[in-house]
Design a protein around this ligand. Sequence first.
Ligand code: AMP
Length: 501
Amino acid sequence: MADRAKFQAIKGVRDILPPESALWNRVEQTGREVFGTFGFAEIRAPILEPTELFARSIGLDTDVVSKEMYTFVDRPDRLKEPKKLGEYGEFIEHVKKLFQNGEIPNTRYNEFAMASLEEAWEKYKQLRPRDKLTEKDWESLDLLILSKEAMKLGPDMSMRPEATASVCRAYIEHGMQVQPGNVKLYYMGPMFRRERPQKGRYRQFYQIGAEVLGTSDAPGIDAEVIEMLMTLFERLKLKGAILNINSIGDKNCRPAYVEKLRAELQKVREQLGPDSQRRIETNPLRVLDSKIESEQAIIAKLPRVAENLCDECRAHYAEVKRQMDLRGIQYQENWRLVRGLDYYMRTTFEITAPGLGSQNAVCGGGRYDGLVELLGGPAATKGIGFAIGTDRLILSLQEAGEGATQTGLDVYLAWFGAAAQTAAIGLARRLRGAGFVVELPAVEMKFGKSLGLADRLKARHAVIIGDDELTAGVVTVKRLADGTQQKLNKHQLFDYLRPRA
Ligand code: AMP
């Protein structure tokens, strides 16, 4: 029998429990309020998306896509699995039909697996009786089973590692480009990446993000998105947040810069670690991200993107900075800020916060003007957005002592006797209706036990209803902080409880 006590949350995921969950709610609620005042509305996108969506947008060379996604092949809605070898013939015919009507992806990979499955099936049909099977016969049986297992019988899907691609997919799918002005959306929810868990890094983590999609790439949009973000952090009293910004050019100037960088990196190849060496070929910009101590002096001497921007990108970046100044936003320029995902261009930014150790980036974002078009949407669609790591934001707030939320029990309603229970149920309903937090014992308890529980639950007040109170038309109210006690009628009770201290 399974040992029930053994179940634990799987590696890298966790429960968010009370009272911490109240802080999560406060953060999310503040996000909704602040984003709402900037004209953003919520999108709730699915967690599962076609793998191809992320492969194409985030990029195959990124860690996120190449090793961190939770990907699986789904099965078609109606496919009867063979239960014994003799049923494989029927299975093959069925799969062929599903190939034809497109329910099973008609990929080269599947064609190959299908061919080998059919070949193995033909061999199986000619096999001798079971007791006379040769080594070779067993091999063809293995092939039959393996080819079936190898087939990708359904759509390839992944749990989202981020949500920008999903927002762009939804923008295209619902033809949102016809809406007046820019489309301004925010989201909040879980993301999934198979990363090595540590403080501030989880496999299921949460993001609060926002995106602006439309035809304009005005630098004022970049600055306003950042202003919105900083307003949220300010409202949450996040202290010590530092905003880093950069411009990484566009398709006109970035390729030349990347080549220049690659050429310089080739010259110092031997002095770099294996990850950076690999990135010289796959994604030289990512070398700038390196935190490895021995690489820092080398990186400091590499050509800088700001000095290699084309005129348009240079002007855009200068105007972003001017627009930030107009809004009184403090920032640091950081030429090494390239961000991990492929789709970024021009403006990139990142915010670090204290109390997080090495995982100190609490938010990342940037402009991604070509992404919607890359995903099959209207050409010339522009986009910019950010994603806050909610787990890290919460951690930083807690470390700074801003994590407290006002929770707790206003009234513990102790009743004694059946008639008192009826009165207590009615009173609890009215108190809750007025917004008080009320605990009403479900069963009758002895006086001492009941008041003891009120203490342990840290109730502010115990309201007591027994026979005496019923007869007198009052309740006894005991303030648990100092034990003061008085008898009040219903009206007096509400007035007495009102100021929530
Ligand atoms: P990215 O989508 O990689 O630009 O990340 C945006 C933000 O999400 C980061 O700045 C982090 O705050 C947060 N984040 C990314 N990956 C993780 C993770 N594995 N665990 C917790 N937070 C994460």
